[in-house]
Design a protein around this ligand. Structure first.
Ligand code: ASP
Length: 341
């Protein structure tokens, strides 16, 4: 079997920074120097080519235009490579990885996001393990083709489904969690693939890349103390195309009539309203408590057990597809890329 060919894409983030030993400051890394700093990469059973954003960014500056740029790189290199590893800052990695999971329909090759909490040049870095194992996972194949055929996020010994992962820690090396879906791969002495949980692509379908992401979305987090005037102010945004509410527990909100009335007004304008839970684990279940019965009655869409990152990027993607209200609701409540149970 020929050696897999992996494209390593550098967008920025801590992983690619290096300590200047004279000044002690972190600075951006010359990406072409990467192989010199990680001689272990030469021992891997694959060939690696690299591509770098011309201006690498801290991922807090990430926006959908960069996602489109990434989708372009993946699309134009899709046939030439067997797998892709994307180096990305951890802060917004779950958003970018979720977005790409929706933008890449019919994906049949691995696209693995990774990064690190410490720069690659730091003595105690987590970058080397994250990078090396991500490349190994992207290169892993069996007789039927690539082991991973979806977008994943690898951090600290675990590969998660991209649209199930969320950043939970700014200090620990274990920075991500996926509370509603098990890891796809665990890295110990061996790489253990959780095969029944992997997406198997339809071999006949071709990659379709969707680049129309609609961003005029309001993300509203419920909190005790939210008042009618504050709500109305937020919802008066003229160009609003969609609303995502992060609600309590299993999808509950205050019973105050002004909230339901305001939401009903938005839905009447044809603007979709989605309910996701602010709990990191578990699912929305509208109608379970009296405090969510009205939401169900007025046509609020259930985000079920989706992460905020997945719900937000799924809404951007679906709004960009020009669906009717019924189609939007049906697609939102259906698993398109394994993002909900
Ligand atoms: N602020 C950095 C970023 O997200 C943190 C990291 O890389 O982990 O780009």
């Amino acid at each position: 079997m020929k050696q897999p060919n992996i494209l390593l894409i550098y967008t920025g983030g801590t992983i690619g920074m290096i300590k200047d030993f004279n000044t002690g400051a972190l600075k951006n890394f010359n990406f072409d120097e990467l192989l010199k700093h990680i001689p272990e990469l030469r021992l891997l059973d694959c060939t690696i080519e690299t591509f770098s954003f011309s201006h690498p960014i801290d991922s807090s500056n990430m926006n959908p235009n960069y996602w489109i740029a990434l989708a372009d790189v993946l699309e134009s290199n899709y046939n030439r490579f067997d797998g892709f590893v994307i180096l990305h800052g951890s802060d917004t990695m779950a958003y970018s990885a979720s977005a790409l999971s929706f933008m890449l329909e019919g994906l049949a090759k691995p696209v693995i996001f990774t990064g690190s909490q410490l720069p690659i040049g730091d003595l105690r870095t987590d970058a080397k393990e994250n990078l090396i194992t991500s490349i190994q996972i992207a290169a892993a194949q069996n007789e039927k083709g690539p082991m991973i055929q979806e977008v994943g996020l690898y951090f600290e010994y675990k590969l998660y489904r991209a649209n199930r992962a969320t950043k939970i820690n700014a200090e620990h090396f274990e920075a991500f969690a996926s509370l509603n879906y098990p890891p796809l791969v665990e890295s110990g002495v061996h790489l253990v693939f959780n095969e029944p949980k992997l997406i198997r692509s339809d071999r006949k379908s071709n990659l379709m890349v969707h680049k129309n992401m609609v961003t005029q979305i309001v993300l509203l987090k419920m909190f005790p103390g939210l008042e009618e005037e504050m709500l109305n102010h937020m919802l008066s945004f003229k160009g609003m195309k969609g609303l995502i509410m992060e609600t309590f527990g299993s999808g509950n909100v205050t019973n105050e009539p002004w909230l339901v009335n305001a939401l009903q007004g938005i839905i009447a304008k044809g603007i979709p309203v989605v309910n996701i839970t602010q709990c990191p684990g578990g699912s929305v279940s509208m109608g379970l408590y009296e405090t969510s019965v009205d939401l169900k009655r007025i046509g609020v869409i259930s985000g079920k057990d989706m992460t905020t990152e997945a719900a937000l990027t799924k809404m951007m993607y679906l709004l960009g597809r020009g669906l009717s209200s019924e189609e939007f609701k049906e697609n939102f409540e259906t698993s398109l890329r394994g993002e909900l149970s």
